[in-house]
Design a protein around this ligand. Sequence first.
Ligand code: AAL
Length: 423
Amino acid sequence: MLKIVFSLMLLLLVSIACSEKETNNKSGFPFVLPKEKPDRDMSAAMERIYTDYESPQPQNNELFSQFKYTELKGFDYNNNDGTISRRDPSKILFHNGKYYVWYTYRNTPTPPQGAANCNDTIPSSDWDLSDIWYATSADGFNWEEQGMAIARPEKPLVGWRSITTTDILKWKGKFYLYYQGFMEASGKRGDDCPVAVSYADSPDGPWTPYNKIIIPNGEEGEWDQYSIHDPYPLVHNGKIYIYYKSDFGEKPHLVRMQGLAIAENPLGPFTKHPLNPLITSGHETSLFPFKEGVAALVYKDGPEHNTIQYAQDWVNFEIASITELMPYAAAPFVPDAFDDTKDGRGITWGIAHFINATGNWNKYCSKLVRFDCDLSQDIHDPEMKQHRVNHKPDVYYRQKLSKKQLLRIEQENHQLIQVSGLK
Ligand code: AAL
């Protein structure tokens, strides 16, 4: 017992000594923030100003932006009754004077009913029993739905249950759509699927399915053994880099992280990077070449959600900025996505989605939306660089306390009165 007390005392003394350790600083930190790292002892946070961020002012950081949203025209959702859903859009492709976008399209007799209640026509989830549809636009705001691009194949081919969450690659004049290929209803065990691919000579098709698993699930016990989600192809170093997500761990301690698979041929074989997972947060992967590296929009899940990250080597990502109101399933227009560029110019807009767009869980459907930003070397839009979004009070009031939280607070008040009453 005495030993424990002694070591705790020692630990306490050491920690006090550290926090009050002598520094070499002869004066306080300068009034004008030095542009270069000053020769003085600094706190960890101050060190990060000189190691992590392009600028101490977000508005001067090329990889910081706010996001603006615009409702799209040209898509019908059956009066939001949950039978039609569009979600998880692809990157935008510009071809022959038009923008193209592909997405998960569900059109079922009912809204999603859960894995226990689904069947051959009733979907388990918002992306069950889906196909890949596409639309074109001259301006990115007004879209003309072109219809089916790829239909899910017959059983037992990969994706027979549902094909979803597609993304586009242009390689040597041909076009490739990678997508999740479900062989069981999502939610039976988990959101389990590998990745499949179809190819065409034109973005308008016809698309030929490769009908083989192109990025397989990991080995048993590996992080990506069940799900290979959100395939996101870019071209780098003369190869195809496909970033992807996997959901792993045991519920409710599920984590979502991002990996990378590389191939010299669009139809594989793809080799998974030995350092996978590469990004420890986020949900759908959204990336774009930036200068000599690659930037990533990391939102929604994980300890580093709501960050924009950067990897000069396309593998080791660092946080470049922290932002807010990030687009869900962002699918940017990346003009140089397939140019194997060594000076990525960045992005200014794209398509994203709002899941459960009406907020009615019994009529669950998702909708496509346009987002705009300034993550580009070629524009400087100060309105996109405001480092705080001034929300109106009603935005905060909508984050209401639940009945359970109100009850907890009431009990805490009661206990406090009880205790104070005793003094
Ligand atoms: C999306 C994506 C993948 C998942 C599901 C549909 O947001 O992460 O595509 O499987 O949710």
